[in-house]
Write a protein that binds this ligand. Structure first.
Ligand code: FEO
Length: 398
């Protein structure tokens, strides 16, 4: 049976490995499984756990804790984040010790109430709050949306260790736990960031600002290897990936277009030419042949999103819906948008896409236009007016 692993004196990893996991949360594929990291911190006065594990791994978790202390004697559980892969064993700890103190954010307490559906002894923490366990001081950093609204980081002052829960983690189940004992796992680290953290780049910047000046020797995330020698590399990577977009001059339109017979593309070309004439650059994407990551990058830099869609069988094609589904996976620079397209029979797609964009909190800056079959010269004049309206709205926002 696997045992706990010493991190530093008085700090042990008591988590669980899940090497066979293929898809995390039924959403994200994992190439190398994952781990659920929990840490036991023992001071001379008190003992605390930083997070727990997914509920089905509770037995092995408690076995590891029991190597050091009777689990019913644990004084504090810090819930950095309430998602059940980390809070799954909290209910069992409360059963063993109803007086155990649960340190968490206010949002974390609210979430836990409805996750546990039983009373518990919550202690809300704020930025800079500390608890002294006896020679081991835990300091808290509120880091909302990394990646849930409840997230906090915990910093072990004497050892200069940051416990950031999901942030800086990776779905990667190594044979050994420390980064300096295993092969490189950068691609898993980056993929995990893309899936979980990328939509919250501005929140990452806020959290990193709060951690500025904090000496950090080690980063102990809740998934994947412990960064004993590359903690600062992980932090610097997040800082680089989440840097503010550079304003490189003229505003930019992201134009995502699907065109079965070339008519919507012809409209797109006329609109693009007029936009450029008006002072707005255009990034054109063919939705039938785009890399999601390129499109996501473009969303983060575009001042307006234009969708060109035909109507196929009374709907917008799946590529269009997919492109819209990616909006919530990033922080778009702008939420200005407009829709256009050609159709053959019924022509519902433009209105349907407008509704979806409105649902995604886009402000439509020009009324959608749709023309039947081949656009006429008059139709193309309307396309130019449409582009003028879009450009006007974008340039006003600048
Ligand atoms: Fe690993 Fe957001 O839970």
């Amino acid at each position: 049976m696997e045992t706990s692993i010493k991190v530093v004196e008085g700090v042990h990893w008591v988590g669980a490995r899940h090497p066979d996991l293929k898809v995390f949360d039924d959403l994200f594929p994992t190439r190398n499984g994952t781990t659920y990291n929990s840490y036991l911190i023992q001071g001379t006065e008190k003992t605390a756990l930083i997070d727990t594990v997914k509920e089905r791994f509770s037995d092995e978790f408690f076995n590891k804790v029991s190597e050091h202390i009777d689990p019913s004697k644990v004084d504090i559980v810090v819930v950095n984040h309430t998602e059940p892969d980390h809070s799954g064993a909290v209910a069992h700890i409360i059963e063993k010790n109803p007086d155990v103190q649960i340190y968490c954010s206010k949002a974390g307490e609210n979430f836990l109430k409805q996750l546990l559906n039983k009373p518990f002894n919550a202690v809300n923490v704020n930025d800079g709050d500390e608890i002294d366990l006896g020679g081991k001081t835990l300091r808290f950093v509120i880091a909302p949306y990394l990646h849930w609204p409840d997230t906090i980081f915990t910093y072990l002052v004497e050892e200069e260790i940051l416990f950031p829960c999901d942030a800086f983690g990776a779905h990667y189940c190594p044979e050994k736990l420390f980064d300096d004992e295993i092969n490189e796992f950068y691609s898993d680290f980056h993929f995990y960031f893309d899936c979980l953290v990328r939509p919250f780049k501005d929140k990452v910047r806020d959290a990193l600002k709060k951690c500025e000046g904090l000496p950090i020797k080690m980063v102990c995330p809740s998934h994947g290897p412990i960064r004993r020698s590359t903690g600062n590399f992980a932090i610097e990577s997040y800082a680089r990936w989440c840097a503010e977009p550079i304003n490189d001059g003229r505003p930019k339109a992201l134009m995502a277009v699907l065109s079965s017979h070339g008519n919507t593309r012809d409209m797109a070309n006329v609109i693009a030419t007029e936009l450029k004439d008006q002072g707005v650059d255009v990034d054109m994407f063919a939705l039938s042949d785009m890399r999601d990551d390129d499109y996501r990058d473009a969303l983060e830099h575009a001042d307006v999103l234009l969708i060109g869609t035909p109507t196929i069988q009374r709907d917008a094609p799946p590529h269009v819906w997919h492109a819209l589904s990616l909006v919530s996976s990033v922080t778009p620079k702008s939420k200005l948008g407009a829709v256009f397209g050609s159709y053959g029979w019924s022509g519902e797609a433009v209105k349907m896409v407008e509704q979806r964009m409105t649902g995604l909190k886009y402000k439509l800056v020009a009324e959608g236009i749709s023309f039947r079959f081949t656009p006429t010269k008059e139709n193309m004049d309307v396309c130019r007016s449409f582009a003028e309206q879009v450009a006007g709205a974008v340039l006003t926002e600048e």
